[in-house]
Design a protein around this ligand. Sequence first.
Ligand code: CUA
Length: 159
Amino acid sequence: MNVELYERIWMWAAAALLAVFLGVIFLMAGLHAVQPPSHIETVDPTALSSHPEFGNPTVTSRRDGSVVVSVVAQMFSFNPDPIEVPANRPVTFRITSADILHGFQVVGTNANAMAVPGYVSQFTVTFREPGQYVITCNEYCGLLHHNMVGKLIVTKGAP
Ligand code: CUA
């Protein structure tokens, strides 16, 4: 089969571009430590208020020093707010939504998950830098979506 030189050049150029784009995706996923969802856990979104964990979402310390943060997202706030956790300790966030789809992103970190009604999104991060962080909803959820922010306070914990 005879393929014109120009055609061959464009075919290789297109293939090279695809390879570069794919490479960038994998590189950035690696650099930002992007992880797929770790588990599938369901919860009844209509009965959250009487749920043992999400009825009163709060920050719990484990014996080994790690911390669990249960969070309920709801138009247009996060509960609890503010959230206070120690630096240099593994912090496991367990997030769900009481109404519709929300986002939970700690700005400036790779802590970022969806808050999906009916499901618990869970991930673990360790914050190295003490300070105040902004938690923002990054899924459009209604008229006051832009006001849906919370505060994360990372205190000087263990060295
Ligand atoms: Cu909640 Cu946007």
